[in-house]
Structures are given as C-alpha cells and as structure tokens.
Design a protein around this ligand. Sequence first.
Ligand code: MD6
Ligand code: FE
Length: 214
Amino acid sequence: MIQPDLDLFGPAPQQLAAHTVLLPGFAVAQTEPLLDALRPVLRAAPWRHMLTPGGRSMAVALSNCGALGWVSDERGYRYSALDPQSGAPWPALPPVLLALASAAAAQAGFEGFVPDACLINHYLPGTGLSLHQDRDEQDFSQPIVSISLGLPAVFLFGGLQRSDRPQRIALNHGDILVWGGEDRLRFHGVMPVKPGVHPRLGERRINLTLRKAG
Ligand code: MD6
Ligand code: FE
C-alpha cells in the first residue's frame, strides 16, 4: 500500500512571501553536471575579490558567466559585458544552468525566464554577505533564481526597508530560491558560513544567482 504521506518526490516548494518560493533540493540531481559546467567557466574567469565603492576588498570571491557580469570597483556597481581582469567577454552561460534556472522559475510561477547573467559567489567558512538590494538590473519584472551548493547557510530575507527585521532561511546544498514581483527589491544577506566540510564541495559554499540584467 502506498502511504499517502510518503514523500516520493522530495520536500515540497515553500512559499516564503507573495512572489518568493524556496525549492528545496531542486538542483541536487544536477550537482555533477553543474560542477562540470562551472569548471571551464572558472578557468576562463577565475574567482576574484572585487573592491567595494569604498575601496575595500569584498569577503566573498566572485566570478560571472553570461552575456553580462556583475562588477564592483571604486566607481560603483554595474553590469559589464567584459571581464575587467582579462578584458575578454565573460564565459557563456552553460546550457545546464540556463535550463535549470528556467525550470525553477517556471516551478515558482515565472514562465519564460531567460537570464543573461549569472553571478557566482564563493564563501569560505566565516564569510557572509551584508544586507543589500539587487538593483543593478534593467528589468525588475524578471525574477532572480538563486542556486546554493556546498556548505549550508542562513539567508537573511528582509523587507523593502533596510530596517525591516529579516526572516532567517536555511539554504542547503541543491536548494533553489526564486523571487520576483513585489519581493524583487527586498533587502537580503547571508550570515557568516559556519565551519564545516561538505561531502562534495569541501569547506565552501557556492551560490549562483541568475538574472535578466540587460
Ligand atoms: C547568496 N544571494 O545566497 C547571495 N540576491 O549567497 C543573493 O545575494 C541573492 O540569493 C538576489 C536574489 C537571490 C539571492
Ligand atoms: Fe543579492
């Protein structure tokens, strides 16, 4: 007999806000194809610590793939078609990443999401990301799809005011968070990653955020 409560397909999506959905484990089965796709991307556009507009080195290391990449320096934040480190275009968005992001967005109610930028963040234990809004993209009607790999993190999901008390959301390996609509400009951040060793990725957390930037 089939138990009605037996969860054959993994944990159910969680609606965290009007237009924010957590898809637990959505990317787990794609871990190896994703890592295989990221390896050449990171060879062409290696991790780097960008400068904040205040001139300080960011704790999170980052890279990009896609037609546009997010860059930060003393002049500010912006999207650029070229990697400032190499002067070359960013590596292309791997098809596996594009397909996964579109599938996750559709699952969360955003049909036809076609990202043109993927920001890749690398966290060592002890590294976090302070509260911020993602507002450098041209079109806020498009969602952001965020894929977490490796060590778990506590995501701070705030409101539209910096002072709004954030919800704390656990993001584990393979989880995908999709948000858009009226939640698109919420403040958010990441608590410092706790020390640990992930069985596949070791002592790191990698987060991929796919956006329609241009
Ligand atoms: C991170 N994520 O999870 C950082 N931004 O490492 C973000 O800053 C983020 O997850 C916009 C939308 C989803 C995100
Ligand atoms: Fe963000």
